[in-house]
Ligand binder design. Structure first.
Ligand code: ZN
Length: 146
């Protein structure tokens, strides 16, 4: 039996991003409290997730640009049954695709206060959740209706 199967739910950590290459750079900005995306230096297209080439013009020339941190919920679901045992203690939670004002979309968690019911089109703003000493995740809170 594998070591993973012999663990208890309390000992299984939630999945975290692997801090390598461009992904490490993205999360280093998050740790510093900045949401930044790549922006093509040739055609000015924003992109996320981090990658070497522009999907619009195939350029390899780009820079990190700071996001407004503002967006709207493009799609969402409430997770009652986690696909990873490390996320079980968090259930239920709201997983969403947030369309940022820059046009890129980010998959993240919507943090809600009691009584808040986010919907498609709800305006949100980024907040940063330091889930470990190394990893800070961008998450979102509601700021109102669209
Ligand atoms: Zn481009």
């Amino acid at each position: 039996m594998s070591e993973q199967l012999s663990g208890t739910l309390a000992t299984i950590s939630p999945p975290l991003p692997l801090l390598e290459g461009l992904t490490a750079e993205f999360y280093a900005f998050c740790k510093a409290g900045e949401l930044r995306f790549q922006k093509c230096s040739d055609c000015a297209a924003w992109r996320h997730v981090p990658r070497l080439r522009c999907g619009g013009c195939n350029s390899t020339s780009w820079r990190w640009e700071r996001s407004s941190g503002q967006g709207v919920i493009y799609s969402l679901t409430t997770v009652y049954r986690a696909l990873h045992p490390g996320l079980d203690p968090k259930t239920p939670f709201i997983c969403a695709v947030v369309e940022m004002s820059e046009g890129v979309r980010v998959v993240s968690e919507i943090l809600v206060e009691p009584g808040q019911v986010p919907e498609i089109g709800t305006r949100v703003a980024v907040v940063f959740d330091a889930v470990t000493q190394e990893v800070t995740l961008p998450k979102f809170r509601m700021t109102g209706r669209q």
